[in-house]
Design a binder for this molecule. Structure first.
Ligand code: B12
Length: 136
């Protein structure tokens, strides 16, 4: 686990059954361009497979791309599956998330939440912020 926030490792993942993978590929590319090491799970993951990959890969942050509308169910399950493995890796989500869901997601342990059209620098900043807050 990285503590100085200089050489971060991030797992970006798609949980659930939808095929919206454009955003996650854009995010993976722009995080890489910012010097962050990125592992992408591919489509159709479960909370369990994401948590297992996050722990196996010893990542600093897990990024979920959620456009299916299932974020209120799946994102908290990813947090729970990670914590069930005895670690507390911060989870950041982006995609189609209504503002009215943000407070509940934060209460469920999601570190950062971004919506459509999030600029590249804000995507990178959210990931860095999540890692920095987890390290203190
Ligand atoms: C393109 C698109 C498709 C493409 C997907 C192609 C692909 N390979 O991705 C196709 C045509 C296949 C498609 C199909 C469907 N779609 Co569609 N689709 C869209 C659309 C128009 C744009 C999504 C997109 O690519 N945006 C561009 C990318 C770059 O943006 P993004 O993903 O939002 O990512 C940005 C941010 O959100 C953020 N971000 C995203 N992920 C992450 C992750 C992290 C960690 C971070 C930090 C940031 C971050 O950063 C990115 C850069 O700014 C949206 C509408 C919309 N306005 O978003 C609907 C939309 C997502 N689709 C929708 C639906 C309903 C469907 C279908 C079910 C339609 C149908 N009845 O068939 C099917 C499902 C097919 C399937 N198997 O999953 C709905 C979802 C409704 C909901 N969530 O409640 C939407 C919202 C349209 C709508 N308004 O109803 N779709």
């Amino acid at each position: 686990m990285n503590t100085d926030n200089t050489s971060l490792r991030v797992l970006v993942a798609k949980v659930g059954l939808d095929g919206h993978d454009r955003g996650v590929k854009v995010v993976a590319r722009l995080l890489r361009d910012a010097g962050i090491e990125v592992i992408y799970t591919g489509l159709f993951q479960t909370p369990e497979t994401v948590a297992a990959a996050a722990v196996d890969e010893d990542v600093d942050v897990v990024g979920l791309s959620m456009l299916s509308g299932a974020h209120m169910t799946l994102a908290p399950l990813v947090v729970a599956a990670i914590r069930a493995r005895g670690v507390d890796i911060p989870v950041v989500i982006g995609g189609i998330v209504p503002n009215s869901d943000v407070a509940e997601l934060k209460a469920a342990g999601i570190a950062e939440i971004l919506g459509p059209g999030a600029p590249a620098d804000e995507v990178v900043a959210a990931v860095r912020r999540a890692a920095a807050n987890a390290a203190v």
